[in-house]
Design a protein. Structure first.
Length: 122
């Protein structure tokens, strides 16, 4: 006679997990999957659309020049620290931005009084 010890009854979650096919997920796994999908969806909705890096840089340069215009122009050390370029290169780039963009005449006039070189007409 063999002595079989009685096995303790399995819990319901263990029974459900063992009775499901491998391709079926447990309820907990489904909840985790749903939460991850919802989190990714919310992140996509919250995150702004990627901007054109060049346009953003140009906008920063215009704003920076506008701040310094009342003081006679942008200091050379500030242009190097903020944009990594010399003051003359900064001003050339700024005038190029102004020529290529649809800036109003008032904005252009703000920079004429500074130590910025006037734009070259080709």
């Amino acid at each position: 006679m063999t002595n079989h010890a009685a096995k303790p009854p399995r819990e319901k979650s263990e029974q459900a997990a063992s009775s499901t096919a491998p391709d079926q997920m447990t309820v907990e796994a489904q909840i985790q999957r749903y939460r991850a999908q919802r989190h990714r969806k919310l992140q996509r909705r919250i995150r702004p659309a990627p901007l054109d890096k060049n346009r953003v840089e140009q906008q920063h340069m215009l704003e920076f020049a506008q701040i310094w215009a009342p003081f006679g122009g942008v200091p050379h050390d500030e242009t190097f620290i903020k944009f990594g370029m010399s003051k003359s290169r900064f001003m050339e780039t700024l005038w190029q931005i102004l020529e290529e963009s649809d800036c109003d005449a008032d904005l252009r006039q703000r920079f004429v009084g500074t130590d910025a070189p006037a734009p070259r007409h080709r």
